[in-house]
Design a protein around this ligand. Structure first.
Ligand code: ATP
Ligand code: MG
Length: 138
């Protein structure tokens, strides 16, 4: 059993595909172990994506991530981190494989619908960034 943090980004919420994204995670056998909506402040988005603080896209990315409500979730299951990354597709939807969430719905490398932790260390930082232990159920 492994946990990972996923986000339906503001573009996914605006496109009305919250259920579609969560449904794809459920269909591959992952459990929704924690779930909530939030509207991230610029500062909260900057803290979440702090590893990217020196990248040229950081200002734009954190502006985008704080541009509207998001859906935050903890997913749990066997190999959850890798499974979520696989079904998300490549960061740039132009490079994403057929049938992935980003291939099907994303408009650009920035507005790419969904986030998923990229490894165990990242998940261990990201899950408690948004969820207390009492808010996680699997
Ligand atoms: P995420 O961390 O959101 O799950 P990822 O791991 O596929 O996505 P990262 O390299 O961690 O990609 O980049 C974080 C986010 O920053 C991307 O999902 C995207 O929204 C944005 N981003 C990445 N590269 C660029 C870029 N070259 N131009 C604009 N935005 C970018
Ligand atoms: Mg990443």
């Amino acid at each position: 059993m492994e946990r990972t943090l996923s986000i339906v980004k503001p573009d996914g919420v605006r496109k009305n595909i919250i259920g579609e994204v969560i449904g794809r995670f459920e269909k591959i056998g992952l459990k929704v172990a924690g779930l909530k909506m939030a509207s991230l402040s610029k500062k909260e988005a900057e803290g979440f994506y702090a590893v990217h603080r020196n990248r040229p896209f950081f200002e734009s990315l954190t502006g985008f991530m704080s541009s509207g409500p998001v859906v935050l979730m903890v997913l749990s299951g066997d190999d959850a981190i890798r499974k979520v990354r696989e079904i998300m597709g490549a960061t740039d939807p132009k490079n994403a494989k057929a049938g992935t969430i980003r291939k099907d719905f994303a408009d650009s490398i920035e507005a790419n619908i969904v986030h998923g932790s990229d490894g165990p260390d990242t998940a261990a930082f990201e899950i408690p960034y948004f969820f207390s232990a009492l808010e996680i159920f699997e």
